[in-house]
Design a protein around this ligand. Sequence first.
Ligand code: LLP
Length: 454
Amino acid sequence: MTMNRGVRMTVVPTLPTSLPEQLAGPSVWPAGAVLAPGGDVAVGGVPLLELAERYGTPVYVLDEAEVRARARAWRRALPDADVVYAAKAFLSRAVVDWMEQEGLGLDVCSAGELELAASRGFPAERIVLHGNAKSPQDLRTALRLGVGRIVIDSEGEIARLAAQVQGPEPQQVMVRVLPGIEAGGHRKIRTGGEGQKFGLSLANGDAEEAVARVLGQPGLELVGLHCHLGSQIASPEPYARAVRRLVALLARLRDRHGITLPELDLGGGFAVAYLPGDPAPAPAAYGRRIQDELIRSCAESDYPAPRLTVEPGRSIMAPAGVALYRVLAVKRSGGRVFAAVDGGMSDNPRPALYGARYTVRRVGRVSAAPMRATTVVGRHCEAGDVLAESVELPEDLRPGDVLAVPGAGAYHVSMASGYNMTGRPPVVAVAEGRSRVLLRRETFEDHRSRDIGL
Ligand code: LLP
């Protein structure tokens, strides 16, 4: 572990019971989180209050050991598959290195994510490029860097990509199939059903048509089929259904074109718990079901089992992150209690976008005060800027208190915006009692320096 630039902080002795064990149901905290003296919680051996004081708030804390453990759990769950981390969940140069060291690949969907991976020398052959609207720059960058797979998402892309391939070697591609399976935690993050922007329909023959076109392009080598059903899918069953449909399609393609495609990419979407008790199957549970169904479906079609790829993003990153805010104001209005904090929808747009729910805990101060339903809101100029509706917080909550929101590692910082010019928060990694900044806080100077027109 490269923690040489780290700052040494108080090491909290590991208490006999970890925080997750003390809470009922599957925990929303990193596995190594422990209760620390003074009502605090320590993550990666560092008390959260200390992090809030040292780095300011809002701040995102990322537990490196949790990220690595989850990456490993996926590799163990499907030992013969390629595990490709979906960079959109959260990417920084340190994360690129962690994934490289843990033997994962990277799923990227823009030249920006690609360039960041390349800047750390991430092996290009382990990168998969996605996107329903890849820009000329995305494709140019992918070809220049030599990414392992490009996932075709529309018919028009086929000739456009083929025309740009220059080397003697063809570019390996997959076709993204829309399997007609509805799954996912919210309407806006379901991508497997008919009638949305991703993929090529299995039902109406578009997928088969695209395959035929790819086969007609000498610059492209079709290696397999891809699908991504959606996100926050809390059961292995939709994946099993996708395996059945896609293996049947592979067998049809063999019969029609005489080809045996060697790969099947099932995308990501594996659920995590945001509230204690939320269903969040372990990677092993998804892995077992997927593997069993693959063997059964392939046996039925007498098809050699293709090599699997999975693309977990949230499931690796979300549980490793904790967001810390400071309370700026507490007020009663319309019979409700509001706690307003120094972040909000600019660092976590998920409640506003998907109605996402979170657990919130005060850290660094204990009191005997009873709990009461409190709505945690942000500082932005809209009524919809709510971080957590009706969560239990102590009645003596006051300005200056620090609130911790677990489950914040994925799709917060990567979707953070510049709204109200409050500045995007820093990301601090913790491991073995040390902390280090991965991303610094965005400053007013960052905003001003982009503003070049008068
Ligand atoms: N592969 C593809 C092709 C994807 O489009 C995605 C996510 C993933 C893998 C990773 O999915 P995951 O394992 O992280 O669920 N902003 C939303 C999530 C959008 C997911 C977009 N695609 C949210 O905050 O819930």
